[in-house]
Design a protein. Structure first.
Length: 494
């Protein structure tokens, strides 16, 4: 990835500041609980939801196992349909390709569909450095852009803002970017939406270049798919003369039949709708309709390295529905900015450290940004076992070991600050490998249990301040078994 947000501290420090912001916590609580309840209702309508979820998992796993084949098939299909395919190994290469394509048109403005991939690579900033201004057209992304802010949610980037804050942003910033906000603008949703519509309409009608991502790529036909709720995406992929789509290589599905599964699960898991109001598909170019020139930039940027990890690769199944964010107790309290990445919440805690590596302080802290409650796994429409990957990445941070970076095998050194944890795990491994020592330790703990503290000393105090230490039983299980059953069945208690 292009790196963390400039100046961002590690997650614990960022979250510590975020939880003190009562307005932020109120906004997050209201929004996530509302979306969560609507999603649960929409999913309950589907009698075969579990089967759809399993089908989605299997389709994604199959595609990832044969990604090389499907990528080549996709390239052939897009090229045959009149499109041009570009391959970008990292963010810098992707930004360079897009900037050159825009400059070749002679334009200095582009309109954009909401795209996580372009946020990931910092495309807007890269285009600005080349003298090209990118206009976000999704309502929430527009709010973030006008407010000189950062997105904090995958689906609702401005979830941390309330209506009053949005009104103030529109009043003060819209004129700088184009048509100003109407006089006397209030914070009613209808007026805010109308102000955005009028502001953006001029840009849609003037723009010659559109930039998008894609929710899915269909390998058999070279078709790209964008699902959205506002119609801005439809405007961006049909009105401009040139369309440039930047898409991660993991977004492929083999066939249209496979796509049908995700067009059922994605809307319900994201916007709690039976289907998205706008599902736009395009295949290459045509003389009768749409852009005359189409470019597809296929983005790696750490995805191939993630694919090499047998446990961590399941993060690449993600269809960006954001359901895991809306049920996560950590995200609800800390907000998205604390994650220091365009991918916040539980999925960001496992995706960002794999795309960027765990060398930085913030990426090393992200696998710990979870209570491991498992709610994220329960709602994931492609059954990503996020807690499993979190534990896997914690092991990588603490122990180091072999990983793939830039296509090469490297050995990571253990992260600083985890010496005590490593020592404790080594001691536990030795103890569990020596039954006699384990038995002696258990008996000693049982006989001295009245003297054991109820809270942990030193750094452990932070852990036990919000948790009860488990009570030590009066006798170890081995002794209990020997006393109650050992003599009856001939067991020796070992």
């Amino acid at each position: 990835m292009s790196g963390t947000y400039l100046g961002m501290p590690a997650f614990p420090a960022a979250a510590h500041e975020a939880v003190r912001d009562r307005t932020l916590r109120g906004n997050l609580r209201h929004a996530t609980h509302t979306i969560r309840a609507k999603r649960a209702k929409a999913v309950a309508e589907v009698s075969d939801w579990a089967a759809l979820r399993e089908a989605g998992r299997q389709i994604k796993d199959h595609t990832l196992r044969h990604l090389d084949r499907y990528l080549l098939q996709l390239e052939e299909s897009v090229t045959a349909a009149g499109g041009v395919v570009h391959w970008a190994a990292d963010a810098d290469e992707a930004n360079r390709i897009v900037a050159e394509l825009v400059r070749a048109t002679g334009e200095s403005e582009v309109v954009k569909v909401k795209s996580m991939a372009t946020q990931e690579i910092g495309l807007n900033e890269a285009l600005e450095a080349e003298g090209i201004r990118a206009y976000e057209t999704d309502l929430a992304e527009l709010i973030v852009q006008l407010g000189k802010d950062r997105p904090s949610h995958i689906l609702v980037p401005a979830i941390h803002r309330n209506r009053g804050e949005i009104r103030d942003i529109f009043r003060s910033e819209m004129a700088e970017w184009g048509r100003p906000a109407p006089e006397g603008l209030t914070d009613t949703p209808a007026e805010l939406a109308e102000a955005a519509r009028l502001h953006l309409r001029e840009k849609f009608l003037r723009a010659k270049v559109g930039i998008s991502g894609a929710n899915f790529l269909v390998a058999e036909t070279g078709t790209l798919v964008v699902v959205e709720s506002e119609g801005n995406g439809r405007m961006c992929v049909t009105l401009p003369e040139t369309l440039i789509s930047v898409v991660g290589i993991e977004k492929i599905v083999p066939t249209w039949r496979d796509l049908e599964v995700f067009l059922q699960t994605l809307p319900r898991s994201s916007t709690a709708e039976r289907m998205n109001p706008y599902t736009s598909t395009w295949t290459g170019t045509t003389d009768e309709d749409g852009p005359k020139t189409f470019h597809l930039v296929l983005l790696d940027n750490g995805r191939a390295d993630t694919l090499a990890d047998q446990v961590g690769r399941q993060a690449l199944r993600c269809i960006r529905c954001s359901a895991c964010l809306n049920v996560c107790p950590v995200y609800e309290r800390a907000g998205g900015h604390a994650y220091g990445s365009v991918y916040p919440g539980p999925i960001g805690a496992i995706l960002s450290p794999q795309l960027r590596g765990t060398q930085s302080e913030i990426d090393a802290s992200l696998p710990y940004a979870s209570s491991l409650c498992g709610a994220c796994y329960e709602v994931c429409p492609v059954a990503i076992d996020i807690p499993e990957v979190l534990v896997h990445l914690r092991e990588r941070v603490v122990q180091g070991g072999p990983v793939t970076r830039g296509g090469n095998k490297v050995v990571l050194r253990p992260a600083k600050g985890h010496a005590a944890e490593r020592a404790a795990m080594r001691a536990a491994r030795w103890t569990f490998g020596h039954p006699g020592a384990l038995r002696t330790g258990q008996r000693l703990a049982s006989r001295s249990r009245r003297f054991l503290p109820r809270t942990l000393p030193g750094p452990g105090r932070a852990w036990s301040a919000s948790r009860d230490l488990p009570q030590v039983p009066a006798e170890p299980f081995r002794d209990w078994w020997q006393r109650t059953r050992g003599g009856k069945d001939g067991g020796d208690g070992k």
